[in-house]
Design a protein around this ligand. Sequence first.
Ligand code: APR
Length: 249
Amino acid sequence: MDDSFPHNIAQVAEWLHHADSVAVMTGAGVSAESGIATFRDAGGLWEGHRPEDVATPQAFQRDPTMVWRFYNARRSQLLQCQPNPAHYALAQLERDCANFCLITQNVDGLHRTAGSRNLIELHGDIWIDRCWDCNHAQRVDKVSAEPIPACPKCGGMMRPGVVWFGETLPPGAINDAQAAAARCEVMLVIGTSSMVQPAASLAMFAAQAGAKVVEINPQATPLTHSADLVIAEKAGTAMPAILEAIEES
Ligand code: APR
């Protein structure tokens, strides 16, 4: 931990304490300490496939059974995972803030489990099944028993309710996220490589509207050079320390 950590934590806590509106953007790194592999850290392959080659509409049309095997493997892993201190600290921050919005690229549902409510899931939710044919959607809480779940409405193929590479984001999600970024006074950008659009541009929306942008990530990213403050620590260390500093202020 570098010796600027306490000073940086105190500075972020002060900004948050005085902010009327706060936005947070999270990526896979916020769930890393829950035991969930990120996309671009070492490895990142599944059965030798890159996620980019499995999580696509083309892959689903070509081999829906293989795609469901990938998502059932992720659901099985998630059933063993719990929110970590970063998730809980963000849920507490929401309760402490008058205007708060948590925008996440994650589909694991751990923010919701930890208690976050004002949540925009830009890339969907792995615990939603949606019909490939009629778009009927339903929440599930376990691994699918069938190789390809059938739609209870039309009998078509169900697919995971996540946004695949090459697909557009849920209608309204990016508009709501951009609006939250444009009205916030502080944006925390936590655990994302800031490489995937349109999510990666939200920090710019916030900065252009005059917000303080804080990056929390042990590694440098394309955002690092323009952030107002960088805490190069794990989210599970930084976020509880920030909440503690706010409570002491
Ligand atoms: N705390 C904070 N950050 C962490 C931690 C941690 N404990 N562990 C890893 N990180 C950081 C890494 O340094 C990296 O910058 O989390 C980031 C994870 O980056 P990615 O794996 O690229 O994940 P993400 O940014 O969420 O990817 C965005 O790309 O593959 C698509 O749709 C997928 O939503 C995903 C999107």
